[in-house]
Design a protein around this ligand. Structure first.
Ligand code: MG
Length: 160
């Protein structure tokens, strides 16, 4: 059996916060604001997997009103979700994603993001795609008010 899932996430960009994407801290003058570490890519990937499982979304499992998750490493959410996925007998076939950020250029950090996601998802890196786009200076991304990430994932359940 195969299942498909989609996830999308946006965080506001502000001064004085870290910019973390796919578990990589990106040197930047503006960082992402959020209850956890505000890692939009990891949130989108987590939501894509939860979506494929029809198991709610990241907010269902990790409320942004819960003090336990203040400043939390978003890989905690991802690893928990991978655990749910494995309980249901699925593994990740492949993952594709897009980060929308005006500045800085993400290319130097993409490989590390793929490595981090591959380790968490327990699959080969060549099944993980992370792409980066700018906002062409328009809308919230282009005006440097937000970072956005979208992810799509295919889950597979091998016959027992
Ligand atoms: Mg988020």
């Amino acid at each position: 059996m195969i299942r498909i899932g989609f996830g999308s996430d946006v965080h506001r960009l502000v001064e004085g916060k870290k910019l973390i994407l796919g578990g990589v801290e990106i040197p930047a003058d503006l960082g992402a604001e959020g209850h956890s570490d505000a890692d939009a890519l990891t949130h989108a990937v987590t939501d894509a997997i939860l979506g494929a499982l029809a198991a709610g979304d990241i907010g269902t499992h990790f409320s942004d009103r819960d003090e336990r998750w203040r400043g939390a490493d978003s890989f905690v959410f991802l690893r928990y979700t991978i655990g749910l996925m494995k309980e249901k007998g699925f593994s990740v076939g492949n993952l594709d994603s897009v980060i929308s950020l005006e500045k800085p250029k993400l290319r130097p950090h993409i490989e590390q993001m793929r490595e981090n996601l591959a380790a968490a998802l327990e699959i080969e890196i060549d099944r993980i795609s992370v792409k980066a786009k700018t906002g062409e200076k328009v809308d919230a991304v282009g005006e440097r008010r937000a970072v956005k990430a979208e992810a799509i994932v295919l889950l597979q359940k091998l016959p027992a």
